[in-house]
Design a binder for this molecule. Sequence first.
Ligand SMILES: [Zn+2]
Length: 133
Amino acid sequence: MWRFLTTLVMGLRLICPACRRGRMARTFYTIHQYCPACGAVLDRDHGEVTGGMAINMVLTSILGLVAGIYGLFFTGFGFAAVTTGTAVLAALFGLVFHRHACGAWVGFLHGTGAISERRRRPSSFWSFGVLLR
Ligand SMILES: [Zn+2]
């Protein structure tokens, strides 16, 4: 259980859960397919971020719900201002949190063993060797 939580937090922090050294973030919005430090698989099928999108959607919805309830009942703002502010907040949070959610999904997959730490990136020159396995 502790190992699972550690890999989840490592993924959330965009640190490779396999080696705990490599950075997962490739750009502001994407993660590397393989860890740049150890070569562990981070993204099984490049661009497959379904789990990350689900995590992001759930957390963004919870944030929007809490912000909307708080705005309506505990502030003096009107309904239109609260819904507009909540929509903007949720959209910005979803954009900023996207790669962290993808990292958390990678950490989840490593924690559950769905991505094996033994699978490594093929060497660049002999990459056709993957076909010979
Ligand atoms: Zn690594």
